[in-house]
Design a protein around this ligand. Sequence first.
Ligand code: FES
Length: 104
Amino acid sequence: MKVTWKLPDGGEIAADVKDGINMMEAAVANNVPNVIGECGGNLSCATCHVYVDPDWMGKTGAADEFEDAMLDVAEAPRQDNSRLSCQITASADLDGLVLIVPEV
Ligand code: FES
């Protein structure tokens, strides 16, 4: 699937991501700034926080209760479209996904 990260400086990074890879791993592999993934995708750091483009929120779904709790401690302000990107997994359904990288 193709994913695009919109960066705080107005730039964009686009990449093809294999199914099953999560969006934190994909961001790190593509040198997306501000997405760190300190805990390796174990829902315990919130350094993989991103904003989902509003057009894609219906497809990515909502955060579960653990992710929801972790979003409260993310460094950048939480918004309605906040997600932890390690909890979004690449699949054909998400082809074209757009994620917005927070300023930290
Ligand atoms: Fe730590 Fe996502 S990588 S919560």
